[in-house]
Design a protein around this ligand. Structure first.
Ligand SMILES: [Zn+2]
Length: 822
């Protein structure tokens, strides 16, 4: 055995020992057994390999051999064969399983066989495209530079663009650039479009919600232009593990897609630990700071000389953790820093230097935002610590995959914050470790989104009234756009009439283009970001604390007419939370299911998993005809921000408030809602204010669980409670839906309230029907979230902070759920 190998093996077994030492130390300190809520070991797995298919060009086989790749993993071979057979595919494998070869191999083979063949690779970010460029350069050199590969994005110099358009066999870009930089200028890209064959969509699971709905329309435009040049496109997609990769892929590309999800890549032994910071105040549900605990766990690994990556969910927390860890590991005189930070905002050179330092082991610890979650090669680390749940199961596995990518033993630790999602995850490890429930949803036929792309399409090529563009009436939409002066009918077809081209003003990351610009006026005025109209009212009203990449800004002035928010950098210990009044009106019910069995089912006693408090009253509910129903459909949402609260970081104390006068905002969207019928409410042994509190508490918990099931951000869903309208389409009594803290003091009781979860985007983004279909799961998981919470009377981890609610809100919420669960 060569000496270096021997040393490395010794290192590896040494690392295993050290990981186990640290874990043992954690376990011995966890007397109550409440801190380490899960320790899962995943044994090492052998590679399953296959030969290169016979049709692969010999030069390409040698190029891979020169890189040390002589055989393929079985999934790579299967992907290559499926692409060769002309199929659209989606490859679903974990991080570091060699997925890039799955598309590079068949694409490069096609280029080597036919030097006219062209491919377009789409990555959700510029950084990922850069990373792929390096891999393709390397292969290209081994193939005597026989193909052209370029990135094409906002940073591409103008003088390089022409030659890229001519010589690029493979163009690496992002959806935004395809939308505004390539499709509108397709006549300059004739070389590409006349020969375009493959489209690669990597990180497919990131194309969900608004972004995914836009991308689907961009791909409609892409296919339309390709057809114009006589090309039929083949799609190769890669996704992290989600519940519906095939459905998402075929919705995005609007064609059949074959799912390849058996992984042949080897894996090293891995341990996954869930760490719940100890409780300091049980009644209020307050735990020790998860940031401090994350620092502590990380330091334990670093002390044992285990190379460690720490993930934080914000820029601010990244910097705080970095400070703690650098203080604990002071730099030696004359030596470089061994603990580094990594996030957007660092210069490219510095980032490359840190990536190198991680690969060669000179850097022992790095604290990062999600910037290091995807792609970027930093070699294999020993341990990963996550300060807070990253928001989705897919992202958590992606972060955990940063440790032990190739050999040796590794460990990933998730340190939970007090938020409902974090607490739910660490207390229900099987939910996380079982088959993933996360679905990615899109709604490409959202009219706000679709019409914008129809305009772009008209600019790109005249539209025939009988053309198909999504599942809408194209002729009717074109006629309306013509009436509005955007299009005109010349001969058979509709043409774009304006001078400016439409793509420039349409962002793929938001629904409407009516945005506010945020300007930092601390020094020289400087644009720091943009925010859409409805969010602006909530996040950048005057006196709000606006957080952007971890930096806090105080909003000095909101200029409505000019759509500008002027902010100044500050450093305060609170954030603001807007007080919003929301009224929802049902316009059309798409579907309703009633729940007649609910009351009788209660007698079945589902109490084994429940604390005594909740089971004592379940039997009090009498048998009635209908207890509840649930529906989805179209709604109108009117909301107004009327004030704000100042909330202290970490303790979530309310430390002041203010009034605001802002215009009302109105939108049509889609919603899922639950109706609590009168007999159910009357059967509850609680006072009116307790019932009301219970409803709002329940809605708070429902919202958390819904974001979990929908893989969406909390901001993607809105909530409200309102009186059930007598009949669909009729105006309901103007009992304004309130926030829970306001409801407690309100005297009016709802007679038969609707609990709404609505899409927070005009037109809806496809969340409501899936929620309707997942109703039973939503009820079951919400019940688990609330009933397993250790607090006494409600806390931010379940039904909301105790101070905002009537004393028995948690009990009441559980009792309502009992009435809802058949
Ligand atoms: Zn709680």
């Amino acid at each position: 055995m060569p000496e270096s190998l021997a040393v490395r093996r010794a290192d590896v077994s040494n690392a295993i020992t050290r990981v186990h030492e640290v874990l043992d130390a954690f376990a011995s300190r966890d007397h109550s057994g409440e801190i380490l809520t899960a320790i899962r070991h995943f044994p090492a797995r052998e590679a399953q390999v296959a030969d290169f298919p016979e049709w692969v060009n010999a030069n390409l086989v040698s190029a891979y051999a020169a890189k040390g790749i002589r055989r393929l993993y079985t999934h790579q071979a299967a992907a290559a064969e499926a692409v060769h057979a002309g199929k659209n595919i989606v490859i679903v494998t974990p991080t570091a399983s060699g997925k890039t070869l799955c598309y590079n191999l068949p694409v490069l083979n096609a280029v080597l066989e036919n030097s006219d063949a062209r491919a377009l690779y789409l990555f959700p970010t510029k950084a990922l495209a850069q990373d792929q460029l390096a891999e393709l350069y390397d292969l290209n050199q081994r193939l005597e530079n026989r193909f052209g590969v370029f990135t094409y994005d906002g940073d591409t110099p103008a003088d390089a663009r022409k030659s890229i358009r001519e010589k690029g066999h493979i163009i690496l870009t992002n959806p935004d650039m395809l939308h505004s930089g390539i499709l509108p200028h397709h006549t300059r890209w004739t070389r590409l479009f006349e020969n375009l064959r493959y489209i690669v969509l990597d990180e497919l699971h990131t194309y969900r919600g608004v972004f995914g709905s836009h991308l689907c329309n961009v791909l409609r435009r892409l296919r339309r232009i390709a057809r114009f040049y006589g090309r039929d496109l083949q799609f190769i997609c890669c996704s992290a593990t989600i519940a519906n990769p095939g459905e998402l892929a075929s919705r995005l590309v609007e064609s059949e897609v074959e799912v390849l999800d058996s992984n042949g890549a080897p894996a090293a032994e891995k341990t996954f630990v869930f760490y719940n910071p100890p409780v300091v105040n049980r009644a209020l549900g307050i735990r020790r700071s998860y940031i401090n605990e994350s620092a502590r766990v990380s330091q334990e690994f670093l002390k044992h000389d285990l190379q460690t990556m720490v993930f934080a969910n914000s820029r601010l927390h990244t910097e705080i953790l970095l400070t703690y860890l650098q203080q604990a590991n002071p730099r030696l005189p004359g030596k470089p820093e061994t603990i580094r930070g990594y996030r957007g905002g660092y210069l490219p050179n510095e980032r490359r230097e840190i990536e190198r330092g991680l690969r060669d082991g000179k850097i022992r610890g790095v604290v990062s935002t999600s910037a290091l979650e995807l792609g970027i090669d930093v070699g294999s680390l020993d341990t990963v610590v996550m300060a807070g749940y990253p928001g989705t199961i897919a992202a958590t596995w992606q972060r955990a995959g940063r440790a032990g990518r190739r050999s040796g033993s590794s460990c990933a630790v998730l340190v939970a914050s007090s938020s409902p999602l974090d607490q739910f995850m660490v207390r229900h490890p099987d939910y996380f470790f079982g088959n993933t429930p996360e679905h990615a949803f899109i709604q490409p036929d959202n009219l706000e989104i679709l019409v914008n792309h129809l305009k772009c399409a008209a600019f790109e090529l005249p539209i025939k009234p009988n053309e198909k563009f999504g599942d809408v009436d194209v002729a009717d939409l074109c006629a309306r756009l013509a009436a509005a002066g955007f299009l005109h009918l010349a001969g058979e077809n509709y043409h774009w009439t304006h001078e400016a081209y439409p793509a420039d003003t349409i962002s793929l990351r938001s629904v409407t283009s009516d945005n506010f610009v945020i300007i930092d006026i601390t020094g020289e005025p400087n644009v720091v970001g943009e925010i859409d109209f409805p969010s602006a009212l909530v996040f950048v009203h005057e006196k709000a604390i606006y957080l952007h990449g971890g930096q806090q800004y105080h909003v000095e002035h909101l200029d409505f007419k000019e759509r500008k928010a002027y902010v100044k950098r500050v450093d305060v210990d609170y954030y603001t939370d807007a007080i919003r009044y929301t009224q929802v009106r049902v316009l059309e019910i798409a579907s309703t299911l009633r729940n007649p069995a609910a009351a009788t089912a209660k007698l079945r006693k589902t109490s084994s998993a429940l604390p005594d408090a909740s089971s004592s009253f379940t039997s009090l509910i009498s048998t009635t005809s209908f207890a509840s129903s649930y529906s989805h459909g179209d709604v109108q949402v009117r909301s107004q921000v009327v004030g704000f609260k100042k909330i202290k970081f970490f303790t979530n104390e309310n430390i002041g408030d203010g009034k605001l006068e802002l215009p009302e905002n109105e939108m049509h969207t889609t919603a899922y809602w639950i109706t609590l019928e009168r007999p159910l409410l009357e059967s509850l042994p609680f006072s009116v204010s307790e019932r009301q509190s219970g409803m709002f508490g329940l809605l708070h918990a429902l919202e958390s669980v819904a974001t979990l099931l929908l893989m969406c951000d909390r901001r993607d869903l809105g909530t409200a409670i309102g009186e059930r309208p007598p009949d669909a389409g009729q105006e309901s009594d103007p009992i304004v839906s309130l926030r829970m803290e306001d409801a407690v003091s309100a005297n009016a009781e709802f007679f038969e309230p609707n609990l709404y979860l609505y899409d927070a985007y005009p037109g809806g983004i496809g969340f409501s029907e899936p929620l309707f279909c997942a109703h039973d799961l939503l009820m079951q998981k919400t019940r688990e979230l609330i009933s397993f919470c250790e607090c006494e009377q409600g806390c931010p981890s379940c039904v909301g902070p105790a101070g905002d609610l009537a004393p028995r809100a948690k009990e009441a919420a559980l009792a309502i759920l009992d009435g809802l669960c058949a």
